[in-house]
Ligand binder design. Structure first.
Ligand SMILES: Nc1ncnc2c1ncn2[C@@H]1O[C@H](COP(=O)(O)OP(=O)(O)O)[C@@H](O)[C@H]1O
Ligand SMILES: [Mg+2]
Length: 233
Protein backbone atom coordinates (compact mmCIF):
# COMPACT_ATOMS: atom_id res chain seq x y z
CA UNK A 1 0.00 0.00 0.00
CA UNK A 2 1.02 3.53 -0.65
CA UNK A 3 2.30 5.62 2.21
CA UNK A 4 1.02 8.78 0.65
CA UNK A 5 -1.98 10.24 2.33
CA UNK A 6 -3.04 11.92 -0.90
CA UNK A 7 -3.58 9.96 -4.09
CA UNK A 8 -4.48 12.99 -6.20
CA UNK A 9 -3.23 16.49 -5.55
CA UNK A 10 -4.17 18.75 -8.44
CA UNK A 11 -3.74 22.47 -7.98
CA UNK A 12 -4.48 25.47 -10.17
CA UNK A 13 -5.60 23.37 -13.14
CA UNK A 14 -6.57 25.30 -16.23
CA UNK A 15 -7.58 23.65 -19.48
CA UNK A 16 -9.27 24.94 -22.59
CA UNK A 17 -9.74 23.88 -26.16
CA UNK A 18 -9.27 25.73 -29.45
CA UNK A 19 -7.13 28.81 -29.93
CA UNK A 20 -7.50 32.59 -29.68
CA UNK A 21 -11.01 33.58 -30.79
CA UNK A 22 -12.34 30.04 -30.73
CA UNK A 23 -10.87 29.21 -27.35
CA UNK A 24 -13.20 27.59 -24.86
CA UNK A 25 -11.89 27.53 -21.32
CA UNK A 26 -13.41 24.52 -19.62
CA UNK A 27 -11.49 24.35 -16.37
CA UNK A 28 -9.99 27.39 -14.69
CA UNK A 29 -7.72 27.44 -11.67
CA UNK A 30 -9.19 24.32 -10.20
CA UNK A 31 -7.97 22.48 -7.11
CA UNK A 32 -8.92 18.84 -6.72
CA UNK A 33 -7.53 16.70 -3.95
CA UNK A 34 -8.42 13.08 -3.24
CA UNK A 35 -7.09 11.19 -0.25
CA UNK A 36 -5.74 7.69 -0.66
CA UNK A 37 -8.58 5.19 -0.24
CA UNK A 38 -11.39 7.66 -0.88
CA UNK A 39 -14.27 7.04 -3.24
CA UNK A 40 -15.29 10.38 -4.67
CA UNK A 41 -18.17 11.25 -6.98
CA UNK A 42 -17.82 14.03 -9.53
CA UNK A 43 -21.14 15.49 -10.63
CA UNK A 44 -22.23 18.44 -12.75
CA UNK A 45 -24.20 19.27 -15.88
CA UNK A 46 -23.21 17.92 -19.30
CA UNK A 47 -20.42 19.88 -20.92
CA UNK A 48 -19.13 21.32 -17.65
CA UNK A 49 -15.77 19.53 -17.91
CA UNK A 50 -16.09 16.31 -15.92
CA UNK A 51 -14.48 14.13 -18.59
CA UNK A 52 -11.84 16.79 -19.22
CA UNK A 53 -10.94 16.73 -15.53
CA UNK A 54 -10.75 12.93 -15.51
CA UNK A 55 -8.53 12.97 -18.62
CA UNK A 56 -6.12 15.34 -16.88
CA UNK A 57 -6.02 13.30 -13.68
CA UNK A 58 -5.61 10.12 -15.74
CA UNK A 59 -2.67 11.58 -17.67
CA UNK A 60 -4.55 11.22 -20.94
CA UNK A 61 -4.20 14.95 -21.48
CA UNK A 62 -2.10 17.77 -20.02
CA UNK A 63 -3.32 20.90 -18.25
CA UNK A 64 -2.30 24.27 -19.66
CA UNK A 65 -1.54 25.45 -16.16
CA UNK A 66 -1.35 23.83 -12.78
CA UNK A 67 0.23 20.71 -11.40
CA UNK A 68 -0.90 17.16 -10.83
CA UNK A 69 0.77 14.99 -8.21
CA UNK A 70 -0.34 11.35 -8.21
CA UNK A 71 0.54 9.26 -5.19
CA UNK A 72 3.45 11.58 -4.47
CA UNK A 73 4.74 11.63 -8.06
CA UNK A 74 4.95 15.03 -9.73
CA UNK A 75 3.63 14.31 -13.24
CA UNK A 76 4.03 17.60 -15.08
CA UNK A 77 7.68 17.35 -16.00
CA UNK A 78 7.50 13.71 -17.06
CA UNK A 79 7.84 12.93 -20.74
CA UNK A 80 5.17 11.08 -22.68
CA UNK A 81 6.63 7.59 -22.33
CA UNK A 82 7.07 7.88 -18.57
CA UNK A 83 3.53 9.26 -18.21
CA UNK A 84 2.20 6.38 -20.31
CA UNK A 85 4.03 3.86 -18.13
CA UNK A 86 2.67 5.44 -14.97
CA UNK A 87 -0.82 5.49 -16.46
CA UNK A 88 -0.70 1.85 -17.52
CA UNK A 89 0.60 0.60 -14.19
CA UNK A 90 -1.26 2.83 -11.76
CA UNK A 91 -4.56 3.92 -13.28
CA UNK A 92 -7.59 1.90 -14.35
CA UNK A 93 -10.24 3.46 -16.60
CA UNK A 94 -13.88 2.60 -17.08
CA UNK A 95 -15.88 4.63 -19.58
CA UNK A 96 -19.57 4.98 -20.37
CA UNK A 97 -19.06 2.83 -23.45
CA UNK A 98 -17.23 -0.43 -22.75
CA UNK A 99 -14.53 -0.07 -25.46
CA UNK A 100 -13.98 -3.82 -25.49
CA UNK A 101 -12.50 -5.29 -28.65
CA UNK A 102 -15.25 -7.11 -30.59
CA UNK A 103 -12.92 -9.76 -31.98
CA UNK A 104 -11.63 -10.87 -28.56
CA UNK A 105 -13.59 -12.87 -26.03
CA UNK A 106 -14.03 -11.64 -22.45
CA UNK A 107 -10.94 -13.46 -21.22
CA UNK A 108 -8.67 -12.05 -23.93
CA UNK A 109 -10.10 -8.55 -23.52
CA UNK A 110 -9.15 -8.61 -19.85
CA UNK A 111 -5.79 -10.26 -20.57
CA UNK A 112 -4.89 -7.69 -23.23
CA UNK A 113 -3.33 -5.02 -20.97
CA UNK A 114 -1.27 -7.74 -19.32
CA UNK A 115 -0.10 -9.10 -22.68
CA UNK A 116 0.81 -5.58 -23.83
CA UNK A 117 2.85 -5.14 -20.67
CA UNK A 118 4.83 -8.25 -21.52
CA UNK A 119 3.18 -10.92 -19.36
CA UNK A 120 3.17 -14.40 -20.85
CA UNK A 121 -0.03 -15.71 -22.39
CA UNK A 122 -0.81 -18.35 -19.78
CA UNK A 123 -0.04 -16.07 -16.88
CA UNK A 124 -2.11 -13.23 -18.36
CA UNK A 125 -5.06 -15.52 -19.01
CA UNK A 126 -4.94 -17.00 -15.51
CA UNK A 127 -5.01 -13.52 -14.04
CA UNK A 128 -7.83 -12.52 -16.43
CA UNK A 129 -9.85 -15.55 -15.33
CA UNK A 130 -9.44 -14.55 -11.68
CA UNK A 131 -10.53 -11.01 -12.49
CA UNK A 132 -13.59 -12.19 -14.41
CA UNK A 133 -14.45 -14.37 -11.45
CA UNK A 134 -14.17 -11.36 -9.15
CA UNK A 135 -16.73 -9.46 -11.24
CA UNK A 136 -19.11 -12.45 -11.27
CA UNK A 137 -18.39 -13.52 -14.85
CA UNK A 138 -16.55 -16.82 -14.36
CA UNK A 139 -19.11 -18.41 -16.70
CA UNK A 140 -18.67 -15.85 -19.45
CA UNK A 141 -14.95 -16.05 -20.23
CA UNK A 142 -15.41 -17.28 -23.82
CA UNK A 143 -18.23 -14.91 -24.68
CA UNK A 144 -17.52 -12.14 -27.16
CA UNK A 145 -18.71 -8.60 -26.35
CA UNK A 146 -21.76 -8.86 -28.62
CA UNK A 147 -22.81 -12.01 -26.74
CA UNK A 148 -22.86 -10.16 -23.43
CA UNK A 149 -25.52 -7.87 -21.96
CA UNK A 150 -24.71 -4.21 -21.37
CA UNK A 151 -24.22 -4.87 -17.67
CA UNK A 152 -21.91 -7.80 -18.37
CA UNK A 153 -19.90 -5.75 -20.88
CA UNK A 154 -19.34 -3.09 -18.23
CA UNK A 155 -18.30 -5.73 -15.69
CA UNK A 156 -15.71 -7.01 -18.19
CA UNK A 157 -14.55 -3.38 -18.54
CA UNK A 158 -14.13 -3.18 -14.77
CA UNK A 159 -12.12 -6.43 -14.77
CA UNK A 160 -9.94 -5.06 -17.57
CA UNK A 161 -9.44 -1.78 -15.69
CA UNK A 162 -8.13 -3.73 -12.70
CA UNK A 163 -5.87 -6.06 -14.72
CA UNK A 164 -2.65 -4.16 -14.04
CA UNK A 165 -3.38 -3.73 -10.35
CA UNK A 166 -3.99 0.04 -10.41
CA UNK A 167 -4.08 2.23 -7.31
CA UNK A 168 -6.49 4.70 -8.87
CA UNK A 169 -9.75 3.88 -10.62
CA UNK A 170 -11.27 6.55 -12.87
CA UNK A 171 -14.80 5.84 -14.03
CA UNK A 172 -16.57 8.21 -16.44
CA UNK A 173 -20.33 7.65 -16.20
CA UNK A 174 -19.79 3.88 -15.93
CA UNK A 175 -23.51 3.23 -15.48
CA UNK A 176 -24.67 5.83 -18.01
CA UNK A 177 -25.75 3.25 -20.61
CA UNK A 178 -27.32 0.77 -18.20
CA UNK A 179 -30.87 0.30 -17.00
CA UNK A 180 -31.61 0.88 -13.34
CA UNK A 181 -31.03 -2.65 -12.07
CA UNK A 182 -27.81 -3.16 -13.98
CA UNK A 183 -26.59 0.30 -13.00
CA UNK A 184 -27.16 -0.59 -9.36
CA UNK A 185 -25.32 -3.92 -9.72
CA UNK A 186 -22.37 -2.28 -11.42
CA UNK A 187 -22.15 0.46 -8.82
CA UNK A 188 -22.28 -2.13 -6.03
CA UNK A 189 -19.54 -4.11 -7.73
CA UNK A 190 -17.31 -1.05 -8.04
CA UNK A 191 -17.95 -0.20 -4.38
CA UNK A 192 -17.03 -3.73 -3.28
CA UNK A 193 -13.89 -3.86 -5.40
CA UNK A 194 -12.89 -0.38 -4.24
CA UNK A 195 -12.73 -1.72 -0.69
CA UNK A 196 -11.46 -5.20 -1.46
CA UNK A 197 -8.65 -4.11 -3.77
CA UNK A 198 -7.87 -1.01 -1.71
CA UNK A 199 -8.43 1.47 -4.53
CA UNK A 200 -8.84 5.19 -4.65
CA UNK A 201 -11.83 5.78 -6.94
CA UNK A 202 -13.17 8.82 -8.78
CA UNK A 203 -16.56 8.27 -10.34
CA UNK A 204 -18.27 10.72 -12.67
CA UNK A 205 -21.99 10.18 -12.48
CA UNK A 206 -25.32 11.85 -13.19
CA UNK A 207 -26.93 9.63 -10.60
CA UNK A 208 -27.36 11.67 -7.41
CA UNK A 209 -28.27 8.65 -5.36
CA UNK A 210 -25.03 6.87 -6.27
CA UNK A 211 -23.07 10.06 -5.71
CA UNK A 212 -24.42 10.29 -2.17
CA UNK A 213 -23.13 6.79 -1.46
CA UNK A 214 -19.56 7.89 -2.19
CA UNK A 215 -17.35 9.32 0.57
CA UNK A 216 -17.56 12.79 -0.94
CA UNK A 217 -19.21 14.60 -3.80
CA UNK A 218 -17.45 17.19 -5.94
CA UNK A 219 -19.78 19.44 -7.87
CA UNK A 220 -18.32 20.92 -11.00
CA UNK A 221 -20.09 24.16 -11.88
CA UNK A 222 -19.91 26.11 -15.11
CA UNK A 223 -16.78 28.26 -15.18
CA UNK A 224 -16.75 28.74 -11.46
CA UNK A 225 -14.47 25.89 -10.63
CA UNK A 226 -15.21 22.99 -8.40
CA UNK A 227 -17.21 23.38 -5.25
CA UNK A 228 -16.81 20.72 -2.69
CA UNK A 229 -19.71 19.21 -0.86
CA UNK A 230 -18.45 17.09 1.99
CA UNK A 231 -20.67 14.35 3.26
CA UNK A 232 -19.94 13.04 6.72
CA UNK A 233 -19.25 9.31 6.86
N1 LIG B 1 -10.95 17.62 -27.44
C1 LIG B 1 -11.80 18.64 -27.37
N2 LIG B 1 -11.78 19.62 -28.28
C2 LIG B 1 -12.62 20.69 -28.19
N3 LIG B 1 -13.55 20.84 -27.23
C3 LIG B 1 -13.63 19.86 -26.31
C4 LIG B 1 -12.77 18.73 -26.31
N4 LIG B 1 -13.08 17.95 -25.26
C5 LIG B 1 -14.09 18.57 -24.63
N5 LIG B 1 -14.41 19.72 -25.24
C6 LIG B 1 -15.45 20.66 -24.81
O1 LIG B 1 -15.21 20.95 -23.45
C7 LIG B 1 -16.42 21.05 -22.74
C8 LIG B 1 -16.42 20.06 -21.58
O2 LIG B 1 -16.47 18.75 -22.10
P1 LIG B 1 -16.47 17.46 -21.18
O3 LIG B 1 -15.30 17.50 -20.29
O4 LIG B 1 -16.60 16.29 -22.09
O5 LIG B 1 -17.80 17.69 -20.34
P2 LIG B 1 -18.64 16.66 -19.44
O6 LIG B 1 -17.87 15.41 -19.33
O7 LIG B 1 -18.85 17.37 -18.13
O8 LIG B 1 -19.95 16.48 -20.15
C9 LIG B 1 -17.53 20.82 -23.73
O9 LIG B 1 -18.02 22.06 -24.18
C10 LIG B 1 -16.84 20.07 -24.84
O10 LIG B 1 -17.48 20.31 -26.07
MG1 LIG C 1 -18.26 13.49 -19.97
Amino acid sequence: MSENRLMVEATGLTKGFGSASTRLEVIRDLDFVVATGEMVAVVGPSGVGKSTLLHLIGLLDRPEKGRIVLDGVETDGLDGAVRAGLRNRSIGFVFQHHHLLDELDALDNVALPLRISGRGSRDARNRAAELLDSVGLAERTTHFPDQLSGGEQQRVSVARALAMGPKLLLADEPTGNLDRDNAERLFQLVTELHLKVGLTSIIVTHNEEMARRCDRIFRLAQRSGLSENVREI
